[in-house]
Design a protein around this ligand. Structure first.
Ligand SMILES: [Zn+2]
Ligand SMILES: [Zn+2]
Length: 349
């Protein structure tokens, strides 16, 4: 028996192919029939050939939800038929930090993202194997839609992590750089902490309009420094959330933030030689925070916020396509064609 999966074959090349039906990867593992999977900005790093990959031909994607179809003998909390979401990033599942959801602090250094290599194939597929199921999975909570559940696998926790890291206090001014799906969710999450203003920076008019509709002050990227200076009386925002990951936008965050402010980077930057403006940081006495979001750790805070309607992450989905249209879906997303923000794939089609 085989399944269809979206597989990686080198720069700019993802295709739908047949793969063997997955089996639970170990006694603690499970197999899901994938109900929906999303394409993420970090999938584009792979797609662009920016990541070192030891092989090709593996299934991609780390944002997926589905139904449990098979569990290993040691799985306690799940059984066939459960509808679940899966953390896009997992650890060993057994050490103390992993059991607490702090998967990035895994003591066995087994922090991994689905769909980045053949060692942990991804979920843009009809089915996917999940190691450490008791820790990687959560039942889709009552009152959380399938599309909201997909966003709980990575980008909503990531946006929330960025907002928490910004240490926003009531009445403050926070800037968000980059209004892609993660940045727009960061605008929503920042507002949970009671800032007086969220300044939302991008150069795409539709994205600026979306931020404005969320209650933010839109700021065009071409005039970001002057505009933000003007809006903050020359002081700068109390904190800046960076949701792009480019060298230039991280430097802009460092430049914009006020003295003794906080820069919280959730964009993915793969540049080992990033030119960090050390004298600027030194003279500003600033806090610079960067890291991979420990997804499961944040579910207890985020699920009630989604259930209560305080967050509407599902609005970032602009395109709903069949898995069979996966190659085209990547192209649309990569080229920011057709007003795309985020693409959802349906593996049943
Ligand atoms: Zn993602
Ligand atoms: Zn661990």
């Amino acid at each position: 028996v085989t399944i269809r999966a979206l597989t990686f074959h080198g720069k700019g090349d993802v295709r739908v192919e047949s793969r063997p039906d997955p089996t639970p990867p170990d006694q603690d593992g499970a197999v899901l029939r994938v109900e929906r999977a999303a394409i993420c900005g970090s999938d584009l790093h792979l797609y662009h050939g920016d990541l070192p990959v030891p092989e090709t031909g593996f299934a991609v994607g780390h944002e997926f939800v589905g139904e449990v179809v098979e569990v290993g003998s040691a799985v306690r909390d799940f059984r066939a038929g459960d509808r679940v979401l899966c953390a896009g990033v997992i650890g060993c599942g057994a050490c103390a930090p992993c059991r607490g959801g702090h998967v990035v602090r895994c003591e066995r250094r087994q922090t991994r993202v689905f769909g980045m290599s053949g060692a942990l194939p991804g979920g843009q597929a009809e089915a996917v194997a999940v190691p450490g199921a008791d820790h990687a999975l959560r039942r889709i909570p009552e009152g959380v839609s399938v599309e909201q559940a997909v966003l709980l696998t990575d980008i909503l926790p990531t946006a929330f992590y960025g907002a928490k890291g910004a240490e926003i206090r009531p009445g403050q001014t926070v800037a968000v750089i980059g209004l892609g799906p993660v940045g727009l969710l960061a605008v929503e999450c920042a507002q949970l902490f009671g800032p007086a203003r969220v300044l939302a920076i991008d150069r795409i008019p539709e994205r600026l309009a979306r931020a404005k509709a969320l209650g933010a002050v839109p700021v065009h990227a071409d005039r970001a420094a002057e505009t933000v200076q003007g809006l903050t009386g020359g002081v700068g925002p109390d904190s800046v959330i960076e949701a792009v990951g480019a060298d230039a936008t991280i430097q802009l965050a460092l430049q914009l933030v006020r003295v003794a402010g906080v820069v919280s980077v959730i964009g993915v930057n793969m540049n080992f030689a990033f030119p960090f403006p050390m004298p600027l940081a030194l003279m500003k006495d600033l806090t610079f925070r960067i890291g991979i979001c420990p997804v499961p750790e944040l579910w207890d805070e985020l699920v009630p916020l989604v259930q209560a309607g305080r967050l509407h992450p599902e609005n970032v989905f602009t395109h709903r396509l069949a898995l069979s249209e996966g190659s085209e879906a990547y192209r649309i997303f990569d080229e920011k064609r057709d007003g795309v923000l985020k693409v959802l794939l349906d593996p049943s089609r």
